[in-house]
Design a protein around this ligand. Structure first.
Ligand code: ADP
Ligand code: XUL
Length: 521
């Protein structure tokens, strides 16, 4: 029994959640928002603004500084980090960090210098491409061609070549900056990078996040020689090893013991991707319950026993940290698109919620929007494409309730359409992420899917997943027991679909499909 710390390094913030298995409670949560609390990194939304909409990169030192700021906050809150018995976590998937030498090669972290100043000289590439990057279509085509086509890539890795996945990003780096590639001795994921900082050494990549690279052979759980070869020369020796998610990868570095009071030898469990971690944090490690995560991206995911691929080629198969596999489908136009509409029509989030619950109806009186404010991966839309069909006021963004409803309905219809490969439609969707606070959005999801919605009490499913994973590994508790205690539906938030909504969406669904067809997707 004891305290377990889970971290989540997401696109816009780094969060921590402290779990107590003795009292059965979440003791505290804290987070550092990159845009507002670390303005020196000039990344208001967690990444560096770029002139090309397809390019999206972040400064890895922002994540390093956030780690120190977060531990500082916890200590300030009076948390005794020496009582923590284990640590794990998650990070935004696919993003990659390029190092001149693996962390720890030149010796342990110096206790006297901030971590960021010690990491800076190790970076062979100052910027990390992240999951919002869609600039690698040429490299995707090259990798697919080299292995005999996308079908073969799907067979090996569970996904066709995908722009944001790590292999096409690595290939692009090798092609455009061959000298910097040559000086790179380790390429790692954001999750394993955060874990490396904590253990002061090179952390392995886990099966959950590793499967989002277009490099892992799902059947063997090892890097695929054919995919390594197709990506860039000498890649095998530049990747950390890949391990099952439940692997203990080391103990906390003495730096964190000296600076923040962790107990020496505190074990660290492999980090994973934020979505695999949320599968655990949402208690959805067995097939049947679907999760909808409404963060910067929107994702829909569910556990599956055998890898089952998406015939449309948008869905992915990742490792389930509790064993087996999970399916995932990701939409770039999640919160960023909802924010764009809210800003355009001048609605605060509470007003946006009222617009959906009180001032508009399912089906939106025929008003319909194509919701691609940024390039979209599902379906593949390479240029921002926002089209409005309906009343004149609606088309002019002068009907706030209808405009608010239109973006959310389009997103929910996309989620339903592109996640149909998961299998039977869900009876219940468990929701998480910043926008799951908005009951209006949840009601639309319930109405489109005709499913019950449950929101869980702990807001950060990915951080909770980290804490649960390490608690499970250290204490050997069954998952079911941990879920019964910590994955608790929020009382009073059980949303059922509105009578008549099935009919409204039966009419809207084919209209939306036609709009997509007209766009050529
Ligand atoms: P990530 O983990 O990807 O960084 P979060 O899950 O923290 O993102 O979600 C952050 C987003 O949640 C914000 O960008 C904001 O758009 C959205 N959000 C926060 N509160 C609300 C709300 N009440 N209604 C709708 N969206 C919200
Ligand atoms: C999943 C994906 C995103 C990131 C965001 O494939 O790209 O959900 O993990 O955090």
């Amino acid at each position: 029994m004891g305290l377990y710390l889970g971290l989540d390094s997401s696109t816009q913030s780094l969060s921590a959640l402290l779990l107590d298995t003795e009292s059965g409670t979440v003791l505290t949560e804290a987070s550092v928002h990159f845009g507002t609390e670390l303005p020196e990194f000039a990344s208001p939304q967690g990444f560096l603004p770029a002139s090309d909409a397809r390019v999206c990169q972040a400064d890895p030192l922002c994540w390093v500084s956030a780690l120190e700021a977060l531990f500082g906050k916890l200590v300030e809150q009076g948390v005794d980090l020496s009582a923590v018995r284990g640590l794990s976590g998650a990070a935004q998937q696919h993003g990659s960090v390029y190092l001149r030498e693996p962390i720890g090669t030149a010796g342990p972290w110096s206790h006297d210098l901030p971590l960021a100043s010690q990491v800076r000289p190790l970076l062979s590439r100052a910027r990390a491409p992240i999951w919002l990057d869609s600039s690698t279509s040429a490299e995707c085509a090259e990798i697919a061609a080299a292995v005999g086509g996308d079908a073969e890539l799907v067979r090996i890795s569970g996904s066709r070549a995908i722009e944001r996945f790590t292999a096409p990003q690595i290939r692009r780096f090798w092609k455009t900056e061959p000298d910097a590639y040559a000086t790179t001795r380790e390429i790692t994921l954001v999750s394993a990078f955060m874990a490396s900082l904590l253990i002061g050494g090179s952390a392995p990549i886990d099966h959950g996040d590793g499967a989002g690279m277009n490099l892992l052979d799902l059947a063997t759980g090892a890097w695929s020689p054919a995919l390594l070869e197709a990506t860039a020369p000498g890649l095998a020796r530049r990747l950390p090893r890949v391990v099952p998610s439940r692997t203990r990868i080391g103990v906390i570095a003495p730096y964190f013991v000296a600076r923040y009071g962790f107990a020496p030898e505190t074990p660290v469990l492999a980090f994973t991707g934020d979505n695999p971690s949320s599968l655990v944090g949402m208690g959805a490690t067995e097939p049947g319950t679907w999760v909808v995560s409404l963060g910067t991206s929107d994702t829909v995911f569910a556990a599956m026993r055998e890898p089952r691929s998406d015939p449309r080629g948008y869905g992915h198969v990742f490792g389930n940290p509790a064993g087996g596999f999970m399916s995932l489908i990701c939409f770039a136009n999640g919160s960023l698109a909802r924010e764009a509409v809210a800003a355009r029509v001048g609605l605060s989030w509470p007003a946006f919620e009222r617009a959906l619950l009180e001032q508009s109806l399912p089906g939106n009186a025929g008003n319909l929007m194509l919701p691609f404010f940024v390039p979209e991966m599902t379906p593949k839309v390479t240029e921002p494409s926002v089209e409005l069909e309906g009343s004149a006021a609606f088309r002019a963004f002068a009907d706030p309730p209808a405009n608010a409803r239109a973006i959310v309905e389009a997103q929910a219809l996309s989620m339903q359409r592109y996640s149909d490969f998961i299998g039977m439609p869900p009876e219940c969707l468990r929701v998480t992420g910043g926008a799951s606070r908005n009951r209006g959005i949840l009601q639309v999801l319930s109405d489109v899917f005709q499913a019950r919605i449950e929101r869980l009490a702990a807001p950060s499913a990915a951080a909770l997943g980290g804490a649960l994973r390490v608690a499970q590994a250290v204490e050997g508790l069954p998952w079911a027991e941990l879920f019964a205690r910590f994955v608790v539906p929020e009382p009073g938030v059980r949303i059922e679909s509105t009578p008549g909504s099935a009919l409204a969406y039966a009419a809207l669904r084919p209209k939306y499909a036609l709009k997509l067809q007209a766009l050529g997707v």
